[in-house]
Design a protein around this ligand. Structure first.
Ligand code: CP
Length: 316
C-alpha cells in the first residue's frame, strides 16, 4: 500500500488483511515490552491543520511502538499562520526526510493533493479531510465491531449481515462516509438516521437506507448504533434543529438506551457532546465501545503504518 486516502477503494480482502495485522499489533500492545523494531530508521510526520486528540496521539503511539521517529506538526504556532502554503510545508518536511505523512486538513481532498503532487516522496495517510473521509477511524470501528462479535476468533472474518445504524450529523461527517464504504465492503448493512437538514442533498450513490426517526430505528434492533458528534462549529445560530431539539429528537438518551436490544453495541468516534447526542449512561455503559475504539485505534494505525512503510510501497 503506497497511501491510505479513502476506504472507498479498499477491497474486502485488503480490509481483512489490514484488520488481521491490527490483531497481531494488538497482541504486541498486550505484552510487557510493547515495542517492535519494524520501522526503526523511518520518520513519521503528524501534519495536523485541525485539532485532534485521539487521532494524533494514537498515530504517535503507533509509530513509536514500531520504533519510528515521530515529528508532530501543528498548523497553530507554525509558519502556516504566516501564510506558508501546503506545497512549501510539504517540501520542508521532504527536506527533513519524512517517510510517511499523516495529514488532517480542513479541506476535503488535501491528502490526495499531497499524494499526487510530487512535492514529497512519502506515504500519505488521511487522518481526516474536511467532510470527505477519515479512513483509519472507519478501520478501527470495523475492527471494534469484529472483535465484539467474534472476540479472539476475529481473524479472517468480515461483517456479513451485521446491521449498523449511524445517527446524527451525516452532512458534515467524514466518519460516516468512511464507515459507509468500509462497512458495506465488509458485508454490513448500513442505515443512516438524521434530521433532514443533516443529511446530504444527494445520497443516491450511497449503498444505505435513510430515515428521520430514531425511535423507529432503535425498535428495529440493530447490532450496532453509532452516534456521531454534532459539529456545532459548522452550523449557524438559527440552524434547525437547535441543540435542545436535536437532543429530544435524535439523542441517545437514557430512555432510548434502555429500549435498545440487550446485545446491541453503542459506538461513538469521539469527541462526545454528552447530554446532546449521547447520555452519560449510554456512553459509560458496558455496551459502549468508546474507549475500546480509542485503544483499538493504536493497533489499527500500527497496521496502516506497517503496510505503508515496511518493504516496497506499491501504488494503490
Ligand atoms: N475521532 C477522532 O477523529 O477524534 P479526534 O478529533 O480527537 O482525533
Amino acid at each position: 500500500m503506497r497511501h491510505l486516502l479513502s476506504t472507498k477503494t479498499i477491497t474486502r480482502d485488503e480490509a481483512i488483511a489490514l484488520l488481521d495485522i491490527a490483531e497481531d499489533m494488538a497482541d504486541v500492545a498486550g505484552r510487557e515490552v510493547k515495542k517492535l523494531p519494524t520501522l526503526r530508521g523511518k520518520t513519521v510526520v503528524n501534519l495536523f491543520f485541525e485539532d485532534s486528540t485521539r487521532t494524533r496521539i494514537s498515530f504517535e503511539a503507533a509509530a513509536k511502538r514500531l520504533s519510528a521517529d515521530v515529528i508532530n506538526f501543528s498548523a497553530k504556532g507554525s509558519s502556516v499562520s504566516k501564510g506558508e502554503s501546503l506545497k512549501d510545508t510539504a517540501q520542508t518536511l521532504s527536506a527533513m526526510g519524512a517517510d510517511a505523512v499523516v495529514i488532517r486538513h480542513h479541506a476535503s481532498g488535501a491528502p490526495l493533493v499531497l499524494a499526487q503532487s510530487g512535492w514529497i516522496d512519502a506515504g500519505i495517510i488521511n487522518a481526516g479531510d474536511g467532510t470527505h473521509e477519515h479512513p483509519t477511524q472507519a478501520l478501527l470501528d470495523a475492527f471494534t465491531i469484529r472483535r465484539r462479535l467474534h472476540g479472539t476468533a476475529s481473524r479472517g472474518k468480515d461483517l456479513d449481515g451485521v446491521t449498523v445504524t449511524i445517527v446524527g450529523d451525516i452532512l458534515h461527517s467524514r466518519v460516516a462516509r468512511s464507515n459507509l464504504w468500509l462497512l458495506t465492503t465488509l458485508g454490513a448493512r448500513v442505515s443512516f438516521v438524521a434530521p433532514p437538514t443533516l443529511l446530504p442533498a444527494d445520497t443516491s450513490a450511497w449503498p444505505a437506507t435513510f430515515g428521520f426517526d430514531l425511535d423507529t430505528a432503535i425498535d428495529a434492533g440493530p447490532d450496532v448504533v453509532m452516534m456521531l458528534r454534532i459539529q456545532a462549529e459548522r452550523m449557524s445560530a438559527s440552524f434547525f434543529p437547535s441543540p435542545r431539539e436535536y437532543a429530544r429528537g435524535w439523542g441517545l438518551n437514557d430512555e432510548r438506551f434502555a429500549r435498545l436490544r440487550a446485545d446491541s453495541i453503542v459506538m461513538h468516534p469521539g469527541p462526545m457532546n454528552r447530554g446532546l447526542e449521547i447520555s452519560s449512561a449510554a456512553a459509560d455503559s458496558a455496551r459502549s465501545t468508546v474507549l475500546e475504539q480509542v485503544a483499538n485505534g493504536v493497533s489499527v494505525r500500527m497496521a496502516a503504518l506497517y503496510l505503508l512503510l515496511s518493504g516496497d510501497r506499491e501504488d494503490s
